[in-house]
Design a protein around this ligand. Sequence first.
Ligand code: BYC
Length: 318
Amino acid sequence: MSEAEIKNLEEAFEARIERDEKIEPKDWMPEKYRQTHIRQMSQHAHSEIIGMLPEGNWISRAPSLRRKVALLAKVQDEGGHGLYLYSATETLGITRDELFEQLHSGKAKYSSIFNYPTLTWADIGAIGWLVDGAAIINQVPLCNTSFGPYARAMVRVCKEESFHQRQGYEIMVKLAKGAPEQKEMAQDALNRWWWPSLMMLGPTDNQSVHTAQSMKWKLKRKTNDELRQQFIDQTVPQAELIGLKVPDENLKWNDAKKGYDFGDIDWDEFWQVVKGHGPCNKERMTARVSAWENGQWVRDAAMAHAEKQAASLQKEVS
Ligand code: BYC
């Protein structure tokens, strides 16, 4: 294709983005748009799958049958989100095997938040309330993202995330209103998960390498800092309502900006975790890789069954 032809295609593409048209898998798109989507969508899929691990840890130790059923459903939903997102990413011309290879070799990232341990039952409450809460704030704008399959996957994901957030907050409400030891447990979980939840929304806008281009392509509809501010403004009153204290001495309502001012985030900690040196990075990857290896016989059996079915169908036809 000549340079002039490519330029025409690029202009037509930018015009479609400008008109808020959805870009579909078979449409022409710039290679960088395709690669950026593979990067973000696959990281999102990996986060869902790795995110099942810290919570899965508590399924067998949930304090009641009702809590166990709710947690089981939540973790299953996350498996489902991973599957929609892998399928949506595959429409961009990369295979599932390649995506898993990128995760297992450490080439692809997944969310920093899942490298922290779940030490008590209150952590399950804190994850639902804070982590799913931050995820909803990040993902609602993604329902309107420019790439069709990602936007459509996000609609269902967000509906399920809102149930996840409620089940988490409900756990926190119960603990905060319970015995002093239970309230203490809830406060301790909030203390440990608050800052990592703020980090989860990504580096500050002046440190974010991808935001400017992703905003132009309408992949991202809000910047990392905008999402973080929204998360803080939404969550602080929820903590106050149940008598818990957000662990930030500098947190203060700012009437002029109609939002909270907040303390400094420890970005060194964030980058350490992203680079593989968080408290549970090794544990998470080991669990993930061994699940993949131990599941080889299931994939082999499924393939053998599919081949057998195809062969017998072929026989019937001929
Ligand atoms: N962790 O230029 P930036 C869930 C990386 S799952 C690790 O701002 P971008 C849930 C970033 O990838 C929630 N890495 O990037 C599941 C980039 O590195 P590369 C997951 C991070 O993409 C189970 C570099 O830092 N949600 O909801 O414009 C239970 C520079 O960053 C992180 C999604 O994935 C991080 N936190 O913005 C409960 C949502 N942040 O790729 C809940 C979709 C940044 O150049 N993703 N990095 O090597 C996004 O919205 C965006 O990708 C981000 C980052 C806001 C995360």
